[in-house]
Design a protein around this ligand. Structure first.
Ligand code: HEM
Length: 194
């Protein structure tokens, strides 16, 4: 079984990231909080006990795992690997956590149909590639953990690339893929100095 990296996002009063704003894009939002704590556990071989994905006052906790690629072709992966920067760059002081849930209709499709919409129709990978290496990213899966979201997407960039990142969000939200998204919240954060 492939090793996975469990990652926990805790919104509360501690953490490296100061929450600037929480924007509800589709469906239910998330409660306000001051700070976001991002914690990585050591990689473990699954299966594991589903973590608590409960709302605790103040704030909330969301868990996901960094897992294998589902749709990316070998050629796309080679390009992504060549262009993708690492997380934690000193200049990347702004980040965005975007939890997303897709609809039942999405999950009932076959793998090749989902790939068709994600890439052949919506060009998710091709269009996003233009934003590398400005944006560093990591995709966390959580559909099988039983939480409220299917994905926790995480992006880090420099403040001067925030407008470009917003352009990418606008482009993606106009694609056919996004018609299958029934919950999306954006948590925009900035690295705190203390
Ligand atoms: C920075 C540029 C981006 C790049 C290079 C990128 C690339 C990718 C790639 C290659 C995949 C497929 C992974 C696989 O094969 O399983 C993927 C999936 C995904 N991306 Fe992006 N992406 C970017 C930006 C975004 C943004 C801004 C969002 C959210 C607003 C987003 C949301 C997602 C989601 C939810 C998935 C999972 C789709 C699914 O499995 O159904 N991505 N992305």
């Amino acid at each position: 079984m492939t090793d996975v990296l469990p990652v926990t996002f805790t919104a509360g009063t501690t953490g490296l990231w100061r929450i600037e704003r929480i924007t509800t894009v589709t469906g239910d939002g998330l409660p306000a909080a001051a700070r976001l704590l991002v914690e990585e556990e050591a990689p473990v071989a699954g299966p594991r006990v589903p973590p608590t994905v409960a709302t605790s006052a103040p704030g909330w906790v969301l868990c996901g795992t960094v897992s294998n690629q589902r749709y990316t072709t070998a050629a796309e992966l080679a390009l992504l690997n060549a262009r993708s920067p690492a997380l934690g760059r000193p200049g990347a002081t702004v980040a965005s956590l975007i939890p997303i849930t897709k609809s039942q209709a999405w999950w009932e499709m076959a793998q090749d149909e989902r790939r068709g919409i994600l890439e052949e129709t919506s060009h998710h990978i091709r269009r996003s590639m233009d934003y590398l290496p400005a944006v560093a990213r990591r995709l966390h899966h959580c559909r099988d953990l039983g939480g409220p979201f299917d994905f926790l997407t995480w992006f880090e960039f420099a403040p001067e690339n925030a407008a470009a990142f917003d352009d990418l969000l606008g482009e993606l939200r106009n694609t056919e893929e996004w018609t299958f998204i029934e919950r999306e919240v954006e948590v925009r954060v900035e690295r705190a100095s203390v």
